[in-house]
Write a protein that binds this ligand. Sequence first.
Ligand code: 13P
Length: 258
Amino acid sequence: MNRKYRKTVIAGNWKMNMLNSGIKPFMEELKANMPKNRNCDVVLCAPAIMVPAMIKAGKDCKVAAGAQDVSMYEKGAYTGEISADQLSDVGAKYCIVGHSERRQYHGETDIQVNIKAKALLDKGIVPIICVGESLEQREMDLTMEYVAYQVKTALSGIDAAKLRRCIIAYEPIWAIGTGKTATSEQAQEVCEGIRAVIRKIYGARPARAISILYGGSMNAKNAEELLAQPDIDGGLIGGASLKPADFAKIIEASNQEC
Ligand code: 13P
């Protein structure tokens, strides 16, 4: 982390878990375990229908609500889709785009990720843009090339003013839900590489100011070391964000001085 230049963000991704009825008890337990002072923004990305309940229950411990996907279309005959305008209407402040699970199970492409990110920015929602390589790509030494391509495509047509409202999350696919975390060196190397890609497009200042998160089996035990890396500005946490005490520990780990 480097708090001099950018925000630390601890974001949970609940994926397709939890029910509305579980949100209030979750928040109560989170509050009970939360560090007194905290030095980061906390976000929980829930299924879209749970966003209003999340906003209500999250007020007390200052947890912002986010969604996990958005339609690339503005409005109209797209049965089952939810637009950026509709997410904004229910109060979502953040939205994940390009998660590897959406790329894998729903064929989401880099171009679509770009359209979705722009749709969110237009409605004042912060896109959390996910990128990351597969194990095969890492083994073929293609990690940085692939991730750089994903970042460039996702940010295409987004100007520097809007970039300030974007978050990038580096999530190596092989580390998601596997218990296999990237080492802090591996994670730092790619996050630093992502910042270099952004520097090349936008220049030094915007690159210095953007928050880049790491995701992939981040937990209460390994968070401190990962967050101590200079280019890792927070976490996008799956499994451990479903356990309030663990999630609170990760928030606490972000309090360290770096
Ligand atoms: P896990 O923390 O469960 O590995 O999930 C990471 C993730 O996909 C967050 O978006």
